[in-house]
Design a protein around this ligand. Sequence first.
Ligand SMILES: Cc1cc2nc3c(=O)[nH]c(=O)nc-3n(C[C@H](O)[C@H](O)[C@H](O)COP(=O)(O)OP(=O)(O)OC[C@H]3O[C@@H](n4cnc5c(N)ncnc54)[C@H](O)[C@@H]3O)c2cc1C
Length: 253
Amino acid sequence: MTASTTGARVAAPLGWRVARLVHRRVETPTAQTLVLEAPGWPGHLPGQHVDVRLTAPDGYQAARSYSLAGPADGDRIALTVQQVPDGEVSPYLIDTWAEGDPVEVRGPVGGWFVWRPEETAPVLLVAGGSGVVPLMAMVRARRAAGSRTPFRLIYSVRTPADGFYTDELRARARDDLGLDVTYVYTREAPDGWRGEPHRIGLADLTTHGWPADGEPLCYVCGPTGFVETVADLLVGLGHQTRRVRTERFGPTG
Ligand SMILES: Cc1cc2nc3c(=O)[nH]c(=O)nc-3n(C[C@H](O)[C@H](O)[C@H](O)COP(=O)(O)OP(=O)(O)OC[C@H]3O[C@@H](n4cnc5c(N)ncnc54)[C@H](O)[C@@H]3O)c2cc1C
């Protein structure tokens, strides 16, 4: 067992435990932040995830992974779930799961895709869609720890309406010294945005990322194809592979 500077105690996964929904917050028409009470939660680091398991009345079970959306906060954990059309688990969590209802959770899971507030290297966060969730946990942990480590977030979304945490990110970029937030729109950009909608490319990373010689830590998260493209571009720009950490959420949409 280790202790982080946030005071969170990070233990080996302890098996399944029952958690209940205490609050939900709408992020977009198809995504919600779900706050769970998970008694005995051992704490976690930003970037880690949990497995959520549902059990049907006939005993059928389905489990999926969801990133933790904020730093450790006692027995409370927050997840942000994007509804996948015709999915087995995400539509249940968004549409059917009621306050007080139980699910099982297991975690925290993952030890590589994490950021520790005592790190001082500049950080580049590159998010595609719901891949912003664990990166937001890092932005929130940085604030909670009073860290001044330089952070840059490049966030690729289809349209402005698809962005998670829009108001909070605007406030963080305004108030948190050393945090820059840049959006890349793939389908429809807001009025006044420079350029045409496009998929993230080399120019976005050179303009809004960090040069490789500063040895930043890079965290890339999103759909599988997005992550592979961005990681390849970063390595092509000279970033060391061991400093490019990736998390793949699943198929490219
Ligand atoms: C480490 C990790 C962390 C994750 N964190 C989050 C998170 O914070 N928030 C979040 O919303 N999701 C997250 N995911 C994705 C999540 O685990 C599920 O894959 C997703 O919710 C779909 O599950 P489902 O049961 O609704 O769909 P399924 O029944 O599994 O799939 C239905 C259809 O959608 C496709 N599909 C499955 N997953 C995805 C996907 N991610 N994107 C697009 N299409 C998909 C399938 O190929 C299938 O055709 C994470 C995944 C991993 C591996």
